[in-house]
Design a protein around this ligand. Structure first.
Ligand SMILES: *[C@@H]1O[C@H](CO)[C@@H](O)[C@H](O)[C@H]1NC(C)=O
Ligand SMILES: *[C@@H]1O[C@H](CO)[C@@H](O)[C@H](O)[C@H]1NC(C)=O
Ligand SMILES: *[C@@H]1O[C@H](CO)[C@@H](O)[C@H](O)[C@H]1NC(C)=O
Ligand SMILES: *[C@@H]1O[C@H](CO)[C@@H](O)[C@H](O)[C@H]1NC(C)=O
Ligand SMILES: *[C@@H]1O[C@H](CO)[C@@H](O)[C@H](O)[C@H]1NC(C)=O
Length: 122
């Protein structure tokens, strides 16, 4: 009971925090959360480091509480919210990914990258 309360407050603290990072695009498939998603769905990935340090994580990535959350990304007046479904193995801690259909709200697929986006888990 006490542990659960501590965990909930850790999650709440994690959710309140904004991060700055680089946005890229990725092709969804069977992701770390165990869902199979497609490039036309509005889905997101975080770095493996961020995923594996989210409060409540265990050895089984499918059970990571982050999989029940969305990522909200803001850049230059545009905001997109996408479900977190996967992690990126090689990304720096605060880099994030969006499926192509969501990424194109910020830049073209050819551009491929958007620097200095503000994001948080919600
Ligand atoms: C996080 O960033 C968003 C978008 O810039 C802003 O609206 C929000 O107030 C920020 N939240 C915190 C806790 O700083
Ligand atoms: C991602 O895929 C799962 C099924 O694997 C589905 O339940 C979920 O709605 C999909 N997410 C989005 C945002 O479409
Ligand atoms: C995530 O976003 C979807 C679609 O906007 C919404 O239905 C859902 O309630 C959100 N989940 C959370 C945990 O905010
Ligand atoms: C920011 O948005 C404005 C208005 O949509 C656009 O003209 C400008 O090129 C954008 N700047 C960047 C750095 O994306
Ligand atoms: C990054 O974004 C923030 C918030 O939009 C802005 O204040 C800052 O000037 C930007 N920094 C760079 C290097 O573009």
């Amino acid at each position: 009971m006490l542990l659960k309360t501590v965990l909930l407050s850790l999650v709440a603290a994690a959710l309140a925090q904004n991060h700055t990072g680089t946005l890229f695009t990725f092709d969804p498939g069977l992701g770390a959360c165990g869902f199979t998603n497609t490039s036309t769905q509005t889905v997101a990935s975080v770095s493996q480091t961020f995923f594996n340090t989210f409060p409540g994580h265990t050895a089984n990535p499918n059970l990571n509480p982050i999989c029940k959350h969305n990522l909200t990304i803001t850049h230059n007046g545009t905001t997109v919210t996408a479900a977190i479904v996967d992690f990126c193995l090689t990304c720096p801690q605060f880099n994030i990914g969006l499926s192509p259909s969501a990424f194109t709200k910020f830049a073209t697929i050819d551009e491929g990258i958007v620097n200095n986006v503000t994001w948080h888990v919600n």
